[in-house]
Design a protein around this ligand. Structure first.
Ligand code: DX5
Ligand code: ZN
Length: 220
């Protein structure tokens, strides 16, 4: 099983997005957190900035939309250059229609679950998605502590994905660092978002490499 490292730029220096993205050229994706001040109590960036990021990023863009009304807004993030667009299950009115629309536009479609949202309702419709994002913090802010009680949910997701035979990625996001990435990999995650671990370190490139090595040693 291959693993992917997707550093979140939420904690990078926003006055130098191009320079900050340049530091993670050894990553697989750049994770871009879009927050609207409604779905989560924080406001970050929107379509024009994602467009600018996509123009200068050395790696494809993994958009994580923490917004209300993704049914209306999410397609714009594909147009802006998001190669993967993930919306929240709690916010979508018609998640299947939306995932199909995103895929039709040529993007990977992801569905994200907050910590208290069960995975079970989605297990029968796995084929509609390219990625399941299991939040390991309450969405809204970088730098929070990893919630390890999410690991049974990751394990159940992994078992269902294996049973389905489909190539669906399982992403974990929140509090992923050298201390926690192996726990998440052991549980069955294969796609790892790390924000502060990468951008608060002295050498973002080296941190991506270190996280990759740790995860690779623990993937199934
Ligand atoms: C949280 C965001 C995360 C966050 C991760 O709402 O979705 O992507 O930036 O940051 P760390 O790795 O610092 O928890
Ligand atoms: Zn995120």
């Amino acid at each position: 099983m291959s693993i992917r490292i997707s550093p979140s730029i939420l904690n990078c220096d926003f006055s130098d997005l191009q320079g900050e993205l340049g530091k993670i050229s050894n990553a697989d994706w750049a994770h871009v957190d879009v927050m609207d001040g409604h779905f989560v109590p924080n406001l970050t960036i929107g379509v024009p900035v994602v467009e600018a990021i996509a123009r200068v990023s050395p790696v494809p863009i993994d958009c994580h939309l923490m917004i209300e009304n993704p049914d209306i807004w999410a397609p714009q993030y594909v147009e802006a250059g998001g190669s993967s667009v993930t919306f929240h299950a709690e916010a979508a009115q018609a998640p299947l229609r939306l995932a199909r629309e995103l895929r039709k536009m040529g993007a990977r479609a992801g569905i994200a679950l907050k910590p208290a949202t069960p995975i079970e309702p989605y297990l029968d419709i796995l084929n509609e998605f390219d990625m399941l994002l299991i939040m390991t913090v309450e969405p809204g802010f970088g730098g929070q502590s990893f919630i390890d009680t999410m690991m049974p949910k990751v394990q159940r997701a992994r078992a269902a994905v294996e049973k389905s035979g489909l190539d669906i990625w399982i992403q974990v996001d929140g509090g992923i660092s050298r201390k926690t990435i192996e726990i998440a990999a052991d549980a069955g995650a294969d796609t790892f978002v790390a924000g502060s671990a990468v951008y608060k370190s002295a050498d973002a490139y080296a941190e991506v490499a270190a996280l990759r090595e740790l995860a690779q040693g623990h993937c199934h």
